[in-house]
Design a protein around this ligand. Sequence first.
Ligand SMILES: Nc1ncnc2c1ncn2[C@@H]1O[C@H](COP(=O)(O)OP(=O)(O)OP(=O)(O)O)[C@@H](O)[C@H]1O
Length: 769
Amino acid sequence: MESHEQKMEQQRVDSVINQITAKIKSVSLEYSKAHAEMKSVQQNYSANTSVNYVEVDDRIDTSAELQQQRALASRLIENEQIIAGQLNVYKDLEKSPYFGRIDIQDPGEAEQEKLYIGTASFTDDDANFLVYDWRAPISAIYYNGTLGDVTYDTPAGKQLTKLTKKRQFLIQNGQIESMFDTNETVGDEMLQHVLGQQNDETMQNIVATIQREQNDIIRDTHSDLLVVQGVAGSGKTSAILQRIAFLLYHSRQELQADQIVLFSPNKLFSHYISDVLPSLGERNMRQVTLADFLSQRLQGLDVESLFDRYEKDVALTAEQRALVNYKSSSHYMHQIADYCQNLAPTHFKFNHIYFDGRIFFDKAEIEKIYQGLPHLQPAERFLRTKNILIKQLKRRINQEAKSDWVAEEIDQLSNEEYHNLLGSKRLHDFQEVDAETNYIARKIVTRRLRKVYDAIYNNYFLDIYSQYADFMDTVTAPDNVSKAAMAASKKNFLHDIEFHKCELVDAAPLLYIRDILTGGGQNHAMHHLFVDEMQDYSIAQLQYLHHAFPKAHMTFLGDAEQALFKAVQTPEELLTSLRNAFNVHRPRLLKLNRSYRSTLPITTFAKALLPDGDQIEAFNRPGQLPRLVIRYDADSCYEALEEEVSRLRVDNGTVAILTKNLEQAHEVYQKLHHETDDVTLMTDADLSLPKGTLVMPIYLAKGLEFDAVVAWNVSAANFPDQRFTGTLYTIATRAMHQLVLMSLGPVSPLIASDKMPKSVLQIEHELTN
Ligand SMILES: Nc1ncnc2c1ncn2[C@@H]1O[C@H](COP(=O)(O)OP(=O)(O)OP(=O)(O)O)[C@@H](O)[C@H]1O
C-alpha cells in the first residue's frame, strides 16, 4: 500500500512534471521558430550561391556577403541544435524527473532544505531549483555523505552542512515505483533493481546509483594522472563516462567534448557506450582504438593489431618474450629519446624525394643541407632543412614555369580552367599581361609538383625505418636479451617493412623516433586522455600517448587480472613507472574491488579462478550456479552446445559464445550456422551488436557484457595452465545473469583445482563407456 509519505512525494513528482510539460511546450515552439529561421537563411544562401552551403568550396566563397550569410546559417544551426538538445533533456526529465532527495540544514539556518537530484537541473519560472543536476557541487553529498555533518566542495571552497535525510526514488513514466530512505551512500535496493534487468544493446548511465568509490573517480578534478585498478564489472567504463559528463559540466567554459579522447578496446565497445553521454545531455568524446590511432599515424604501414599479437604471443620463446618486454618498457623509450638527442648529424638517415619515378631531391643533397646547419636540437635542424627544401622547390617551380610545356599547356586551357587557376585573383590585380601568364604558369607547375611539396611537408625525406634500425643497432639491451636476438629483431623489422608491415611492439617506438626528430606528432589541444583496458597497453605505448597529447590530464583504467598478456606490473608499480616516465605532479591510484555486473554465483566462480581473487567483493545479486557441461567427443559437445544455447535463449535476449581465439570462433560458428540461421559471428570490423546468439573470440568482447555467456571449450587441452587464467576470467566475467562452461574432454586445471570449491558449479558430466 502506498504510504502517506509516498503520496506526498508523488504529488510533488506530478507537480514538477506538469511544469516540465509546460516547458517542453514553450521550448518546442522556440525550436520550430529556430528551425524555420534556419531554413529560410539556408534557402536564401543556396539561392545566392547555387551551391549547397554545407559542401560549399571555400575557394569560391569569397564574397563578404556570402560569408556573413554562412556564419549566420551556422550560428542558427548551432542554436537549433542547442534547443533540440534541451528538448531531449526535458523529455527525459518528464518521464523521470529525479532519483534522489537530500535534506540538509546549513549552519545557522532554522529551516531544513529539501533538494531533489536528477540527470539535469530544472528550475521553475522564478529560477527556483526543482531539480538539481547530479553534477552540481551540492549533489556530491548524495553520493558521498552519510547522515550527520558533511562537507562538499564549491568554487568558493569547502562548505559545511548537516545531512538529515537521504531518499532514493525509482520513477518510471512519471510514477514512483519505489522509494527508500537510506543511510548508505546509495543503498543496495536500487542497485538490485537496476542490475537485475536485461542487458540493452548499449550501456546505460548509472547516475542514480553511483557508488562512493566510483564517485571519487568521477569527481576528481585535482589529479593529473589518475590510475584506476578495478576488478571485472566494477564500473570502470561507467566511471569513465560519468567522469567525462562531470568534467564537461564542471569546465563548461573551457572544455569541449572533442578535447577529450578515449582509447577503447575495440569498435564494438565504441558503439556499446555511445548512448551514455547523450543520455546525460552531453556530446560524445572522441574515440579511437590503439590500432586505428597507430595506423593513422603510420600511413602506408599495416600495423599488427593487438589481437594478432595476442594470437601469436603464446608461441614466443623465453628470449623473444624478454625482447618484447624490453621493447615495451619505459627504459626503451628513454633510450630512444637519448639516442635522438645525441644523434650526430652524420647519422641522420634521409630518403630521396622522387617525382615521376625520378629523384627530385637527392638524399645526399638533403644530408648536405642538414649537416651544414649550425648546432641545434635535431627537430629544429630538421625544420630548417624542411624550409630550405621548400625554398628550393619554389625556385625550381619558378624556373620550370618558363619551360615550353607550360606555355603549351596554358594555350590549351579552356576559359573555365584559366579562371579556376586565377582563383581569387582578378585580371586587374596584374600590372602586365606577362605577370598574369607567369602567375598561371607557376600555378600549373605548382599543381604538377604538389606531390613533391606534400613529401617535404609530411617529412617523407626522413628515413624513419633506417633510423629506427640504426637505433636498434646501437642500443645496449638488458642482459636477458642477447645481441643476436636484437640483430634478428632488426632484420625482421626491416623485412616486414619491405612488405609494408610492422609489429605492434615497434609501432610506438618508431613513432616516437619520428616525432622527436621531426618535432611533430603532438596534439596540444587535447585536455583529457582516457585509456580503458590499460592492462593491454605497454608502458611504451602509454608513454607515447602521453607524448602525443602532452597537455592532457590522464585517466587510465584497467584490471591486471584481465590482461591479454601476462601483467608485467602491479597497479602500484605501474603508477610508479608512469609517474617517473611522465613527470606528473599529482598522481593518484584508486581501486575498485566490488563487482556489479554478474550475479553472486558467477562472481564467486570467477573469483575462484584467480590466485588472489579474495580481494574481489561480489555484489549480492542472486542467480543460478554456473553450469559446467563436459563431453568427450566433438559431436556430442556441439550437440550439448546447441541444447544449452536454446535453453539460455528462453530467458535471455543475448547469448554470447566466447572462444579463446578467432579460429575456434570460426569452428563453432560453422557448426551452429548449419543448424540455425539465428547465430552471428562477430568480427573486428563489426560496429554494433545484434540480439540473439553471438559467437566471438574473447578479445572482441573486452569491456562488453551479455545476459548469458557460454565459455567455449574450457578443457585442459585448451586452457592448460595459468597463462590462460586472465583469458578464462575475462570470459566468465562477461556474463550478467547466466554462465555455462563447455568442455570437450577433461576440464582445465584452472577450474578442476583444489582452490575451486565444488559448490560453486553445477556439473553435468557425461559418463564415458
Ligand atoms: N553504480 C552502479 N550502478 C548501477 N550499475 C552499475 C554501477 N556500477 C557498475 N554498474 C554496472 O555494472 C556493469 C559493469 O560496469 P562496467 O562495464 O563499467 O565495468 P568495468 O569495470 O568496466 O568492467 P570490465 O573491466 O569487466 O569490462 C555495467 O552493467 C554497469 O552498468
